[in-house]
Design a binder for this molecule. Sequence first.
Ligand SMILES: Nc1nc2c(ncn2[C@@H]2O[C@H](COP(=O)(O)OP(=O)(O)OP(=O)(O)O)[C@@H](O)[C@H]2O)c(=O)[nH]1
Ligand SMILES: [Mg+2]
Length: 212
Amino acid sequence: MYKKKPMPQIKILVSGSGMPGVTSVARTLTSGKHAPADYSSVTIDYERTERVVDGKKIVVFDLGCQSAFLDRFTGELAEFIFTGTSTLIYVVDVLEIGSIPKAKYYLDRERECLYKYSPSGKLFIFLNKIDLIPTKMFAEVIETIIDYLSRNKVDLPPLHPSIFYPVSCISGTTIFEAGDDFYTDLISRHFPGMWLDTFKWDFWKSIDRSNS
Ligand SMILES: Nc1nc2c(ncn2[C@@H]2O[C@H](COP(=O)(O)OP(=O)(O)OP(=O)(O)O)[C@@H](O)[C@H]2O)c(=O)[nH]1
Ligand SMILES: [Mg+2]
């Protein structure tokens, strides 16, 4: 009996704790358009968005940000969630300074899961909502957060400053510049030789038609 060959899959996780803008980042990166400023809807469990580029399925998982979900994703579901992950984008809310220790706690748990189940997976950390930081405080806020999140536990590899991206999903170009680095990294590992503009065109326009 003829069996259709399964399409190769590229798995992307977008995660974070609180309401840092995970869904906004996931939607912006998969559409090429800013997230609406007044958008608000709590992600329950996780949502997946599929795109097909050059015969490969890119699956973006938007992981719910409440502790109950994060504990499951990094606990009993860790192997299921993190196995085969190409990229983890971890989103941190730059305004919620009081919640940064919690954001770091889940960042470290997710890094441990990534390291265990997908050791070659890439990590990007998006410091989101920079449009809400007063200009004169920008450098200090960003430096303090990067410094805190980079404090390392001995059993995890150090975080290089280049993986941190201050972004806004609702205004400016920062999210698209960060997106370009994310796409370029994906291209280098999964679509060698493809032009960035060709990739973006296919990624934003395509939907998964493999089951139709
Ligand atoms: N000012 C500003 N607001 C943002 C930005 N990104 C997201 N938001 C707002 O932050 C709120 C939460 O955004 P979501 O994308 O739903 O956040 P989430 O991390 O998916 O949170 P949950 O799924 O609810 O746990 C919404 O009101 C967004 O409009 C940003 O870059 N700047
Ligand atoms: Mg959400």
